[in-house]
Design a protein around this ligand. Structure first.
Ligand code: UD1
Ligand code: UDP
Length: 358
């Protein structure tokens, strides 16, 4: 039987890379359908090169637009590719519009099953596009690869059958384990960014944070203030969505924050590993800091990764200055000796095993 990976954005490329590489090791026949949701080199091809992934068999070049138009175009185009490829299983990962489109297109086709990698995450915030996408993708899927028992329980509570669910761990653990040593060997990022002492790392790109002028400005001020209290310069590899908003809104970035280009995976892993503290609104960054034992404060009002908070690796602080500073102070006074709740780095093997590839 054959597999198709439908993917479209930076986190999907990174988190599916261990599964794609496991297919190559086991000679599992597969194809990669890239939706083209991310197309800038720094969000896309740089990861294929660095993670040594095969070039996608096709790129639908859907690009950016409104949710409905972007998702709708993807559904139609993915259907037409799957019609000619006829895979037995389509795998999608995460919560982007590409995931929603891949799962909808595939579930409606006879003879094609859908597997959702990273199933069962919930922020319970239905204002977020990601929450809508992950719920719908889960309910369209035949195979639910839950990273933790928390996500498994959530799926069961929504009436999804135990038979469809496998607790695999999160493939980000596989990806971190496979790349962190290489990153430290090869990356020159600390000297390139003139980081010769302690520093803080920031990522912020969520629509709810950067599409609102006041909230984005408050977020930056709060981070700069908390970092100043600890004498930490802040490095901010900026996502194109946030970069666009900064210039549209004419926001003056506080002096403590150094805005730099998006980093490749190896450089970013080194930054995460070496940072004194990480400020983020990213899903993947909450997990990676937890795995790497770097303290994290999350600039959101909720998280779909409560495991990171439960083990003590993360505080959910929102964007208000006092709350951000309290979160940083709390995180910096504790020992970073928490457990990794996301598995043992063999998630990709379990996914392929569940699909019958031994
Ligand atoms: C998407 C996901 C988000 C995920 C993020 C990962 C959805 C609804 N959102 O957000 O969950 O966390 O990817 O990074 O699927 N742009 C570029 N180059 C690109 C892609 C986008 O410049 O290659 C700019 C465009 O101005 C575009 C904007 O970024 O309008 C937003 O892109 P979009 O794909 O809509 O969402 P992301 O913010 O990337
Ligand atoms: N990442 C990266 N370079 C950067 C910022 C992030 O390689 O400059 C990686 C990071 O290691 C993680 C993933 O991108 O694996 C997270 O993606 P993003 O924050 O875009 O999306 P989310 O996880 O929030 O959906």
């Amino acid at each position: 039987s054959t597999l198709s990976f439908v993917l479209g954005t930076r986190p999907e490329i990174i988190k599916l890379s261990p599964v794609i590489r496991a297919c190559e090791r086991r000679d599992v026949p597969f194809s990669i359908v890239h939706t083209g949701q991310h197309y800038s080199e720094e969000l896309d091809s740089v990861f294929f090169e660095q993670l040594d992934l095969p070039t996608p068999d096709c790129n639908l070049a859907i690009g950016s637009s409104t949710h409905g138009e972007q998702t709708g175009k993807m559904v139609a185009e993915i259907e037409s590719v799957l019609e000619s490829e006829r895979p037995d299983v389509v795998l999608v990962q995460g919560d982007t519009n590409s995931v929603l489109a891949g799962s909808i297109a595939a579930t409606k086709m006879d003879g094609i099953e859908v597997g959702h990698v990273e199933a069962g995450l919930r922020s319970f915030d239905r204002e977020m596009p990601e929450e809508v996408n992950r719920r719908l993708a889960d309910h369209a899927s035949d195979y639910l690869f839950a990273p933790t028992e928390t996500s498994q329980s959530q799926l069961l509570s929504e009436g999804l059958s135990d038979e469809w669910i496998t607790v695999t761990g999160n493939t980000i653990v596989d990806a971190v384990q496979q790349n962190v040593e290489i990153a430290h060997e090869r990356s020159q990022v600390l000297s390139e960014l003139d980081l010769d002492g302690p520093f803080a790392l920031l990522t912020a790109h969520r629509a709810e944070n950067v599409d609102d002028r006041d909230r984005f400005a408050e977020l930056l001020d709060s981070v700069a203030n908390a970092a100043d209290e600890h004498n930490l310069p802040v490095v901010y590899p900026i996502h194109p969505r946030a970069k666009k908003r900064l210039s549209e809104f004419g926001i003056d970035v506080p002096e403590a924050i150094d805005v730099v280009d998006p980093q490749d995976f190896l450089d970013f892993l080194v930054l995460e590993d070496e940072a004194t503290i990480v400020f983020t609104d990213s899903g993947g960054v909450q997990e990676e800091t937890c795995i790497l034992r770097t303290p994290c404060v999350t600039l959101r009002d909720n998280t779909e990764r409560p495991e990171t908070v439960d083990v003590g690796a993360n505080r959910i602080v929102g964007v208000e200055s006092g709350d951000v500073l309290t979160g940083v102070n709390e995180m910096l006074t504790m020992e970073p000796d928490w457990e990794n709740p996301f598995g043992d780095g063999r998630a990709a093997e379990r996914i392929l095993g569940t699909l019958g590839y031994e």
